[in-house]
Design a protein around this ligand. Structure first.
Ligand SMILES: CC(C)(COP(=O)(O)OP(=O)(O)OC[C@H]1O[C@@H](n2cnc3c(N)ncnc32)[C@H](O)[C@@H]1OP(=O)(O)O)[C@@H](O)C(=O)NCCC(=O)NCCS
Length: 314
């Protein structure tokens, strides 16, 4: 195979294509579901009608003119690469960032990969006795991410395409308010945008995790809950009331000493998670809530936010 030609036709670097080629080798892939099954599946995965329509428009039917041999190769090999790490809990880049403005096949290639792996991860969930309701609630993060990415004018996708490989590898489980990410002795918490972070909702979610993991992953010894987030920056306490949900969430954790995280700029992450834009000038961001005003005023004063990690015992 001509890596350089493939890269040129995909609009990505040769290094990126070479990485997929090397990592996926000739490992087994998985085919996307039948087109006839797709609408019901997308609905189950909480994909909104506008996103579902685009996904159907670009469906990788055999013979579809949207699907060049290069795109088919990438879909097949990137799916194989993710599948090979079933059960793994590390962040995984499924393949290069594509020029998504080239149409629905480019835009949603990694969504088709996610859909191809639904049966595989459902089998993994079944092997671990994971209840159907947890399995579907977890996998429905696809729809939430696509909707957020649309709000973000598609700026959010490069991170999402890696994040969503965790779901189809059986690494992330949504149990009530929080998502739990297994991988080592620490269960990492992730906070989806799904309403306020009330202490009661968190307590209930933590309790579910305390029962869920020993039961479904008995070989794993989870000693702590951990979290890495903009939400754990103590500088927020200079602005937020003590009884705010964020302040109360922070108080659960013992912070690790601050280390500049590799590849994460907390100033960018607050824009991502709170304003859902990475490019709007500070002066044009909304100032409706105490948090929004705090985030912007802090940055305008030339100060920076920090991505902090913390933990507490299970
Ligand atoms: C985390 C989250 C659920 C907290 O929301 P919450 O429970 O309402 O938080 P608090 O009670 O501490 O809110 C305190 C203030 O900040 C505001 N606020 C909190 N989150 C906000 C958000 N995402 N956008 C705008 N304002 C927000 C609240 O409205 C409140 O201000 P007000 O009194 O002027 O109305 C929310 O920020 C969210 O959904 N974020 C996106 C997901 C995320 O960041 N995940 C972590 C990724 S690392």
């Amino acid at each position: 195979m001509d890596l350089a030609a493939t890269a040129a036709l995909l609009g990505v670097s040769v290094e990126d294509v070479d990485r997929v080629h090397r990592l996926a080798g000739d490992l087994p892939s998985a085919p996307p579901p039948d087109r006839a099954d797709a609408p019901a599946l997308l609905e189950r995965l909480a994909v909104r009608p506008d996103d579902a329509a685009e996904i159907m428009e670009g469906w990788p039917d055999p013979g579809s003119p949207l699907w060049t041999p290069e795109l088919r190769w990438l879909l097949d090999r990137s799916t194989a690469l993710v599948r090979a790490d079933l059960g793994g809990g590390g962040w995984l880049v499924p393949g290069p960032e594509l020029p998504r403005e080239r149409g629905p096949a480019f835009r949603h290639l990694y969504v088709y990969g996610y859909l191809a792996l639904i049966d595989v991860v459902r089998g993994y969930h079944r092997d671990h006795g994971v209840p159907d309701a947890v399995s579907w609630a977890t996998l429905a993060d696809l729809g939430r991410n696509l909707a957020v990415d649309r709000r973000m004018n598609r700026e959010g996708w490069p991170v999402m395409q890696s994040w969503l490989t965790l779901h189809v590898r059986g690494a992330v489980y949504e149990l009530g308010r929080l998502q739990f990410h297994r991988g080592g002795t620490t269960l990492d918490l992730h906070i989806p945008e799904s309403g306020p972070l009330t202490p009661e909702a968190i307590d209930a979610s933590l309790d579910r995790a305390r029962a869920f993991f020993p039961r479904h992953f008995p070989g794993e010894d989870h000693t702590a809950f951990g979290c890495g987030s903009w939400l754990l920056d103590p500088q927020l306490l200079d602005y937020l009331p003590e009884d705010s949900n964020i302040a109360r969430f922070q108080r659960r954790f013992e912070l690790e000493p601050y280390e500049e995280p590799e590849g994460i700029d907390a100033d960018v992450e607050v824009l991502r998670f709170v304003f859902r834009t990475l490019t709007t000038p500070l002066d044009r961001l909304p100032r409706d809530t105490v948090l929004q005003r705090a985030l912007v005023d802090h940055l305008k004063a030339g100060r920076h936010w920090r991505w902090r990690r913390g933990r507490f015992p299970v």
